[in-house]
Design a protein around this ligand. Structure first.
Ligand code: TIU
Length: 226
């Protein structure tokens, strides 16, 4: 049975959840960002900050699938020939090892490499769309918008990493395209806790300038109550 509509506690005000019109969008839960020994850790980041989102995401994804709803996944990465990698992105950071180079889990942020793939805990199920994106936003140079329109989806439940980078960029892109966004605070994270907090604050400020923020237990409760 399709989950029914309900009101979910959220900031800056309650959110009308109409599950059939929603997609769960899980951003960039990739091995290179989350796993010890990956690119993220190689850059000096503390991956435990991101890893605490795995269990809430796993629980939410399981409930969402059980309700027969649409889940979508994104991965940040590039073609093996790097023809879609802007030179400015390649050069930035001045790191000895950069995108396209051999990293601890294959070539860094290159499609088809082990580190580019989604962590096993949240691996896409057969039939769940995976959006490969060259940038931070999930709409830029992808077919995400077309797929959402074709399925008459007008709302995104946004999860993933990192809050202030790919999650925020995607929410801003979605907002300008007329999609409603609700970000799940416990299912998102940053390597920098203060940026996570600021990233969420910026979304819900000014009456919900980009959307809503809630926590996954509220969505689980809404799915459960039918
Ligand atoms: N997915 C995403 O946010 N990509 C990043 O590059 N994040 C960083 O924080 N580096």
């Amino acid at each position: 049975m399709q989950a029914k509509s309900s009101t979910v506690p959220a900031e800056p005000y309650p959110f009308e959840l109409r599950p059939a019109e929603c997609a769960l969008l899980i951003i960039d839960m990739q091995r290179d960002f989350l796993e010890p020994g990956g690119f993220g850790e190689m850059l000096g980041n503390d991956v435990s900050q991101l890893r605490r989102t795995i269990e809430p995401n796993r629980r939410l994804l399981a409930a969402w699938r059980a309700a027969g709803l649409l889940a979508m996944h994104t991965r940040e990465g590039h073609r093996p020939d790097l023809s879609d990698l802007p030179p400015s992105k390649k050069a930035r950071g001045r790191s000895k090892t950069s995108i396209g180079d051999k990293g601890p889990m294959g070539r860094i942020l290159v499609r088809g490499e082990a580190g580019h793939d989604i962590i096993p805990e949240l691996y896409p199920a057969a039939g769940e769309p995976v959006i490969d994106k060259p940038g931070k936003g999930a709409f830029y140079q992808t077919d995400l918008e077309l797929m959402l329109k074709n399925r008459e989806i007008d709302t995104l439940l946004v999860c993933g990493v990192t809050t202030e980078v790919c999650v925020n960029t995607t929410v801003r892109e979605a907002n300008d395209r007329g999609f409603r966004c609700i970000v799940l605070s416990d299912c998102c994270a940053s390597y920098f806790p203060e940026f996570h907090a600021a990233g969420l604050a910026m979304i819900k400020a000014q009456g919900g300038i980009f959307g809503w923020v809630t926590a996954s237990p509220h969505v689980l409760a809404a799915l459960d109550s039918h």
